[in-house]
Design a protein around this ligand. Sequence first.
Ligand code: NIG
Ligand code: FE
Length: 418
Amino acid sequence: MMMKKGSLLIKNAAELVTCRGFQAKKGKEMSELHIIANGAVVVEEGIIKAVGTTEEILKAYNEENYEVIDATGKAVLPGFVDSHTHLVFGGYRAEEFSWRLRGDDYMSIMERGGGILSSVKSTKEATKEELFESAKKRLDSMLSFGVTTVEAKSGYGLDYETEIKQLEVAKEVNEHHPVDVVSTFLGAHAVPKEYKGKEDTFIDFFIEKVMPEVVERDLAEFCDIFCEKNVFSVEDSRKLLTKAKEMGFKIKLHADEIVQLGGAELAAELGATSADHLLQASDKGIQAMAEAGVITTLLPGTAFSLKEDFARARYMIDHNCAVALATDLNPGSCFTESIPLIFALATLYMGMSTEEAITALTINGAAAVDRADTIGSIDVGKKGDIIILEFPSYKFIPYHVGVSTVEKVVKEGKLVFD
Ligand code: NIG
Ligand code: FE
């Protein structure tokens, strides 16, 4: 087990972008970053103790008692939260990417046994050690982009053994890497050949045989499903997620990604923590999610990689949704952990302002993993998860297009990337 906690003082930040708040920000609130000029933060034993101007902080705290980072000329922000990833998987699908470049579409590849099912085969074949090593390496890369918490889904097993194996790896990697990993059970990610037309039986199998063990061993906090035409219907999804809630899971959905199926409406009906993708979400579904407080998690890297139209971020924010942004890192539809790419797409192609995109990757990302009370902003009492940019303003993040502006990352008060 690695020790994650440390104590330090960051001073002279040209901009201390606090993203202040303990819950998701909706609509107009997403533009508020609560910036302190010439700011400073104190972290003790991993937890933020004080936030203010450098003058105020140095009056109240003796810097000789801390490891000090002088952030003169640099912007300081909360660590990013990547709230939707498929971190643990075996094998790659580079060949499939070239088929897609040739014009094959994502769902047709899946229907002929490729796509997710191809990653299922490689994940079944991979040893736990192999899955651990590759996931850890991906986390290193994510950390370098300023990510301090990631959500990680299972879903490349579709059977008892491999689903559990993926979740065990996610738990182990959480214990051996500075980045925090929040686990999600996504057994209902695709339908194996033998269950085609018997999706109901497949769902019963998870409910009866797999999910009780996941709960008992505390292997996942969330339960997710791919609610999509030719995958799992709204009825299948309602059944699985209702049971999941009864068992104590919080819930998420891959909703309205390719076809407008009503996943957004279902997310609102069930009080899901988040509904993700939403490229095709209806106006009514968006309204319902805003009212129910469902975080709308948008994954622009996936729309980009699949050459689909982007989700309607502007419309959602203007209709009072709390939008989060995430990478959707996975071996198929979106093989990227690049936060700079997500910023570029959100700001240049989805009508989001830089401020909204930062909110979407910090406090709203935290809310999408139900951790807005402990991470996602620089507030007293939260984890000291902090990034220091190479530039004096947060405005450089999308402006330095496609390139990481993150110079240092602090995780629970410890400098973990420099
Ligand atoms: O979020 N849409 C379904 N699931 C993943 C893709 C997984 C894969 O292609 O391996 C997604 O895009
Ligand atoms: Fe996904």
